[in-house]
Design a protein around this ligand. Structure first.
Ligand code: G4P
Length: 284
């Protein structure tokens, strides 16, 4: 893990860019990966976006354990900050997200109306770590409804707004915030889900982490995919299970290749819906 750093330069620049745009928007849509809702959050996000209306979107919910996704929704949501599960890839949850945002803005527009100000489109910005699905969700939002794109003077430069029907305007460039991966487990989870480059970590470390985790929480998925017997699962160490997987995949002793296959299987949803972050407090 020693070669992994939380790049302070990147972070400062990203923070500046996001902070610069915040005054222009009504609602921030914070995208996290539903499989790692905690690890894929930027630790400074709450500080950066404080006093701003915000919705958390658990994206890639098609890849996550739906039971845990519901627990995460309960865990993260507050009276002021709704949480919505979305599968941007298959266009699921986008309508619900738009409804939640409309509801959030209703009191503001009601107040404006009393002052004689007509309602206007709700201005939105998407932020999140790399690869969490920001571009995909922007495309889903725009869909076929995009009437036109326009420019508005920004704080320091021109911003392009995507008009979505009459109700929304979305900044076309999302805010990119970096994950913090000083914690080795967070780094591994980010790498397993594909949020950071594999090359930053040893493949077999990732595979062993996944095996350890799955034998605890998703043993049947692990057994089914890699033909691991009940006895092996109970008695072998995780290293020996990796060797068994390597053999069962016909890779002799090439456990690096087997580890890589496991990562591809995980990312392509061939290991079942496996959520790697678990909320600390379960809802009652
Ligand atoms: P970014 O802008 O935040 O960097 O992320 P981007 O939209 O490029 O999405 C990163 C990858 O995640 C893409 O896959 C995208 O298809 C996938 N993705 C986004 N949302 C979802 C989702 O809700 N579910 C699933 N299963 N995947 C999602 P890719 O392999 O990089 O590209 P491709 O599959 O589009 O070819």
């Amino acid at each position: 893990m020693s070669n992994i750093q939380w790049f302070p330069g990147h972070m400062a620049k990203a923070r500046r860019e996001v902070t610069e745009k915040l005054p222009m928007v009504d609602v921030v849509i914070e995208l996290v990966d539903a499989r790692i809702p905690e690890s894929s959050r930027n630790p400074l996000i709450d500080e950066i976006t404080q006093n701003k209306r915000k919705v958390i979107v658990l994206n890639k919910s098609d890849l996550a354990d739906s039971k845990l996704t519901n627990q995460w929704i309960q865990h993260l949501q507050t009276d002021d900050m709704p949480v919505v599960a979305v599968d941007a890839q298959h266009n699921k949850g986008i309508k619900q997200l738009q409804q939640v945002i409309t509801k959030m803005m209703a009191p503001y527009f009601e107040e404006q109306k009393k002052k004689g100000v007509k309602p206007r489109a709700i201005r939105l910005m998407i932020i999140g770590i790399p690869n969490v699905g920001k571009s995909t969700i922007i495309n889903r939002f725009v869909g076929k409804n995009q009437a036109q794109t326009g420019n508005k003077p920004g704080v320091t430069k021109q911003q392009r707004w995507l008009k979505i029907g009459r109700d929304f305007e979305l900044l076309d460039t999302p805010g990119i915030l970096w994950p913090k991966f000083e914690d080795p487990d967070v780094g591994k989870k980010l790498a397993i889900t594909g949020a950071i480059k594999d090359s930053l970590l040893h493949m077999d470390d990732l595979a062993l982490y996944l095996i350890d985790y799955m034998r605890q929480f998703y043993p049947e998925d692990l057994q089914t995919r890699y033909k691991i017997s009940d006895n092996d699962l109970e008695t072998l160490s995780s290293v020996d299970i990796l060797l068994a997987i390597t053999k069962n995949l016909g890779l002799k002793d090439n456990y690096d290749e087997a580890s890589l296959r496991m990562m591809v299987d995980y990312r392509q949803d061939r290991l079942g819906q496996v959520t790697l972050d678990r909320p600390e407090v379960s809802p009652v």
